[in-house]
Design a protein around this ligand. Structure first.
Ligand SMILES: *[C@@H]1O[C@H](CO)[C@@H](O)[C@H](O)[C@H]1NC(C)=O
Ligand SMILES: *[C@@H]1O[C@H](CO)[C@@H](O)[C@H](O)[C@H]1NC(C)=O
Ligand SMILES: *[C@@H]1O[C@H](CO)[C@@H](O)[C@H](O)[C@H]1NC(C)=O
Length: 284
């Protein structure tokens, strides 16, 4: 009787000890351009580790070989969430450290929020070139669609490959150093703007816009701001330096002439006046 009671107490102690693996907290998804990682806290002590199980809703649970009895606080699930239109959840299980065992049937776990790649992955910043068209009355923004972490038949897909005609571009632009902003939405990755004041410098920001997503999730990260050059011709470009010098010289010459003529006239008048004053005297 006594030995079995002792064993029971040991069993209870072991059970309690293994039941005390701390739960993972703050389990969140971070996903950009379909590269998707699961994060949680806190860093485990040497007494326990984490294992990640994930599944598409309604499917069987799977494990990533890189996230079994791990002491990391993230798990890269990019290559496992292959059905972009599905929704996934993941459990972060707390268990014995690597190599350790436990007789627990079910490990304490924390379940992640739901993650649906097509709907939820963030779209990273776009890159674009500013092209001033030959006629100088219009400007074209040539957008490059970023690549995603998705491969198909050995080819890396761009966001255009995945979202096809649901991918649009939101352009925010304004005259440099002015605060009034204009917005334009385009389906084409070559965006031509024709309502810009000629020669002025304008600044542009572009974001991806996924039309069939919910409003709070539609916009991608903002691109860098790019500004066109101020092409208003300065006086030095309109007239060459030589012409300006000649102009200045001509002006000086003109001023000189006027001053000269005025001086001569003044002297003449003075002489004439003196003569007028003198004549009557002589006659007397
Ligand atoms: C979880 O997040 C909250 C809020 O950001 C933070 O206060 C808390 O410390 C986090 N938990 C852990 C275990 O780090
Ligand atoms: C955008 O313009 C460039 C050069 O002007 C051209 O090579 C490219 O095919 C155009 N792209 C689209 C999507 O029209
Ligand atoms: C646009 O304005 C910024 C200051 O707001 C200035 O630093 C920049 O040189 C301007 N760009 C052009 C092309 O005029």
């Amino acid at each position: 009787m006594a030995p079995s009671a002792f064993l029971f107490i040991v069993w209870v102690l072991v059970r309690c000890a293994s039941g005390s693996f701390p739960l993972a907290q703050n389990v969140t998804w971070k996903s950009t351009n379909f590269k998707t990682l699961l994060f949680w806290q806190p860093e485990p002590s040497s007494d326990y580790s984490y294992t990640v199980e994930f599944s598409a809703i309604g499917q069987n649970k799977q494990k990533s070989p890189h996230c079994i009895q791990s002491s990391e606080t993230f798990c890269d699930l990019t290559s496992y969430l292959t059905d972009l239109n599905a929704c996934y959840t993941a459990d972060v299980l707390s268990g014995p450290p690597r190599g350790g065992t436990s007789d627990l049937i079910e490990f304490p776990h924390t379940t992640s929020p739901r993650f649906c790649p097509y709907r939820d992955t963030e779209i990273g910043r776009l890159d674009f070139e500013l092209i001033r068209n030959e006629d100088k009355t219009s400007t074209t923004l040539q957008v490059t669609d970023p690549l995603t972490a998705v491969f198909k038949d050995g080819r890396q897909l761009s966001i255009r490959d995945i979202f096809s005609d649901q991918l649009q571009y939101k352009v925010t632009y304004w005259r440099n150093q002015s605060t009034g902003k204009k917005v334009l939405q385009s389906k084409n990755s070559n965006i031509t703007l024709t309502d810009l004041d000629r020669g002025e410098s304008y600044c542009f920001i572009i974001q991806a816009l996924i039309a069939d997503r919910s409003l709070d999730n539609q916009l991608g990260e903002m691109s860098q701001t790019k500004c066109s050059k101020n092409e208003k011709p300065s006086i030095f470009q309109v007239f060459s330096l030589g012409v300006i010098a000649a102009g200045v010289l001509l002006l000086l010459l003109l001023v000189g002439t006027v001053v000269g003529i005025t001086l001569v006239c003044y002297r003449h008048r003075k002489k004439a006046l003196r003569r007028q004053k003198g004549l009557p005297l002589q006659k007397i």
